[in-house]
Ligand binder design. Structure first.
Ligand SMILES: NC(=O)c1ccc[n+]([C@@H]2O[C@H](COP(=O)([O-])OP(=O)(O)OC[C@H]3O[C@@H](n4cnc5c(N)ncnc54)[C@H](OP(=O)(O)O)[C@@H]3O)[C@@H](O)[C@H]2O)c1
Length: 253
């Protein structure tokens, strides 16, 4: 049995807790958080911990706190010889170099505490301070996910930035569209099949080939009409994205 300590009690920590607790040959031995309130998802009270010095030895310590706090945690977490890994897309492996054995265990998905995710489908991007530690992280990751990748710190940063484009920015566009629908007495739900098909389409087509719309068609009349319908902020976003589509597809600007 491999004992895993989870540090943090946010979105990622809660999902790691669930998937590790359900995995064969893995168990969460303790979950540490600086405050007790957010540890409610840890059913077994004995596993809850709010004093970092009370953490017991374990084979793996997963640090799932907000990016700025990883160094702070690394400073105070005692080194008991287990592999210490953070779950961040943007922080370097070196952040944990004070430990004898360290690595990165980055689950590439958008996690919210109360939204279920099938962890077996989540790509887990691994990096480690030695081949031995990498093999160990692969063994652990393989017990919770079917999608394991070896990704170095530079590549992980690029991946994280790409994730900002496909997830954070797309979602922001959904939020703007939802607001716009509401202002016009339309249910946002009506756009859901379109959103689903946009995501499904790129399973068989490269995003470049999947593009449609007035920008690609260089339909100036429609573009001008749309711009008239928008407020200043919306207009800026519309124009930047329209220009970007046209540039990528070699259209007249
Ligand atoms: N959410 C995602 O979709 C996602 C996906 C992949 C990777 N990640 C990465 O996973 C890590 C955790 O993200 P998250 O979304 O789970 O974060 P989160 O929900 O915001 O959780 C933040 C956690 O960090 C703790 N924390 C904040 N400031 C702290 C400090 N100064 N000292 C000690 N602990 C502190 C919080 O403690 P309190 O409960 O006491 O406030 C809480 O346990 C980050 O590195 C993030 O980049 C996130």
């Amino acid at each position: 049995m491999i004992n895993v300590v989870i540090i943090g009690a946010g979105n990622v920590a809660a999902h790691l807790y669930r998937s590790i607790s359900a995995a064969e040959d893995l168990q969460v031995s303790q979950v540490y958080n600086r405050t007790a309130e957010n540890l409610g998802f840890v059913r077994d009270f004995k596993k809850r911990c709010t004093d970092i010095n009370e953490l017991e030895k374990a084979e793996l310590f997963l640090i799932a706190v907000k990016d700025e706090a990883i160094e702070e945690i690394a400073d105070v977490l005692p080194d008991s010889g287990g592999v210490v890994a953070h779950t961040s897309g943007s922080q370097s492996l070196k952040t944990l170099s004070k430990f004898q054995n360290f690595g990165v265990f980055y689950p590439l998905q958008t996690f919210s505490k109360n939204k279920e995710v099938n962890f077996r489908e989540v790509p887990v991007c691994l990096e480690a301070s030695s081949d031995e530690n990498l093999e160990f992280l692969k063994e652990v990751a393989g017990k919770v996910s079917d999608k394991i990748f070896e990704v170095n710190s530079e590549q992980r940063k690029a991946l994280h930035l790409s994730a900002v484009f496909v997830n954070n920015f797309s979602n922001h566009l959904y939020a703007l569209a939802a607001e716009y629908c509401k202002e016009n007495g339309l249910p946002f739900k009506i756009l859901q099949p379109l959103i689903k098909e946009t995501a499904a389409k790129i399973e068989t087509l490269p995003p470049y080939s999947a593009q449609t719309g007035p920008a690609l068609r260089n339909d100036q009349k429609t573009i001008a009409e749309h711009l008239k319908m928008l407020n200043k902020d919306q207009k800026n976003i519309y124009s930047i994205l329209t220009q970007s589509i046209q540039k990528l597809h070699g259209k007249e600007l």
